[in-house]
Write a protein that binds this ligand. Sequence first.
Ligand code: ADP
Ligand code: ZN
Ligand code: ZN
Length: 727
Amino acid sequence: MPSPCIQVVVALPLWHAFDYRVTPAEYARLHIGMRVRVPFGRRLVTALVTALHASSDGVAHDRRAIDAILDDEAVLTPSLLELAHFAADYYRHPLGDVLFQTLPVLLRQGDSAQIPPELRWYETALGRLGQPELLRTAPRQRRAWQALREEPEGLSPQLAQVLDITMRDLRALEKRGYAEQKEIIPAAPPLCGLAESALPASAEQAHARDSVLADSGFQVSLLMGVTGSGKTEVYLQIIEHLLERGRQALVLVPEISLTPQTLQRFRQRFLCPVLALHSGLSDRERLRAWQQARAGHVGIVVGTRSALFTPLPRLGVIIVDEEHDPSFKQGEGFRYHARDLAVVRARLEQIPIVLGSATPALESLHNAERGRYRLLRLQQRSNRHPPPALHLLDLRHQTLHEGVAESVLARLQQHLDAAHQVLVFLNRRGYAPVLLCHDCGWRLPCPRCSTTPVWHRRLGRVICHHCGIRQPLPQRCAACGSQDLRPLGIGTEKLQEMLAQRFPHYPLWRIDRDSIRSPRELEHTLQSIHRHEPGILLGTQMLAKGHHFAAVTLVVIVDIDAALFASDFRALERCAQLVIQVAGRAGRGDHPGEVLLQTHCSDHPLLQTLVSAGYESFAAALLDERAAMGLPPFGHQALLIAQGRDGEQAQAYLAALAQDLPAAIAPFGAMPAPIERKAGDFRAHLLLQSPSRQALHAALTTLQQRMHEVRPGQLRCWIDVDPQDLS
Ligand code: ADP
Ligand code: ZN
Ligand code: ZN
């Protein structure tokens, strides 16, 4: 007798699905996308249903039976389910792991997907008949009773607390028969309405807003607006109108910019709940947020990368702010790009999507050029000042103080004298990136990586920024025994020391991952900066993004030369984006800004283009270079990585895979990775490139098959599709 069976995936990086037997009654209740609990090995695990078979051809009887059904309906909306399937295929990652990564961790452990019912207090029929005088001698009870009368929707625990009504008061009323507790599912709050009115939009802003609002289905808009041009205001106004139409909004921001400032702007503007999803949430908070979103109780979700997978039943628009930011690509495990998947989600949901940036990724500019994306521009700053001018400062023959030219320090003094703030940008943490023996030239290596660790003077430690290992500062050179070890190069800590000595009478705020450990700390520092006293802001890219420093008039970019000669073909693009973003912090208030870019290579042609003609011309020139070399976005790439104790084995394994590739695929390697050793393991790379995405993916399918068949011994192997990090 054929019996129904289901196919499920589990939250493990396994490549296959598993079949289980179900009863006809269970079968009738089940849908694709629901969770079930199944026996797996000797454990019970949570699994997701991916297929249903009404009658399996006689195999079902030797399948194991499921243990329980965990949901009444699918936890994933149809479009999110489809998105996960697409992502698993495209990024070559096991479906089970992808599906469960789109869900809060607690759902993996079997928690409910529903908003938990809330216990509220109500007045009883008897209470309604009672006379307040009855409680003359019990004023607290009387107050509680009064509060129940004023809350026909029930008194929630939160409100009781605000009103200073205790459990004891309510229990006493309950005893009298005047109050009772009931479980209710809170109703969805209204999702529209403004708490403050929108700013009067400029003509450019209005055009951008109205273009997006006129879209009736899927359409990608690239909103390219100079820094300070009011992109956020455009987002806010688009969202305002969509909320009025009963739709919801999803806003993705880079990891670093989910600052209190960003969130505050959304919360200040709208009356509806704005949900913030970031890495600081506990598992419980994350589940709660997910439940609220899925139930349609939130109007707006603002979050980092993984917020892309938030279920929103009436999603009306997706916004990706700072779309060029590298943090949208996940670097581990399921290596997806949240911006690219956001475009896929918008297409599946048939809604508009806005990619915003002052410095769009070359990929996005290329898509706009080809007419796939609509380009919307904001060319004016909202304060009417032109964006700050960039000046190259040639360092050759200059007197330097920890890498900063004397003339630059003098300029700093002038801005401070005028009671303005200055921002000094150096994208390197710590005191010095290399510890060098002055007698023999030996450099302190990381014991686990093929890199040099960074000296953090204040901590008294040498820390590897690749594997995180900390060592005490060595007293002697390991090669010649000399005690003359000297720091080489400059980090923010060393720069801080110099600036504090040079400008002792001004506050100095250092902002990097070592000096700022939590969003709270960042908020404190930002508040101190916003008090607008003259002073110096010093920091890494943590300073670059999203912040609005009204008093900053001078920005100094200390060192860009490393990026000009880096082996990674994206280094120059990243460098230019960072330069423009950092530069954009200048002159946002009442006074115009000025930006000094220190370099030893002031005649570098692309650098000159960036400075004299701006980011767009720079990007066009860089795109020409990429086209000539077949690099992304003209070619498509996938990186195969093999990692293990034995570097030769890793390389040999990839070299074998690289044989018999079709002609449309150009292989680079197999070769040792640029950072050959990381955290004790050797790493080999095989980079595949093809002008045809289709051809590349066909080849990947074959390669993946071979990788499953030929077990690579002690090696870990994976594929990174559209790799962003080639180190
Ligand atoms: P961007 O995101 O493009 O860098 P923001 O949206 O942060 O720019 O805007 C920069 C500043 O300009 C903010 O202080 C914002 O309040 C202000 N602003 C934006 N649009 C307008 C407008 N239409 N009228 C007045 N001020 C505006
Ligand atoms: Zn030495
Ligand atoms: Zn290391």
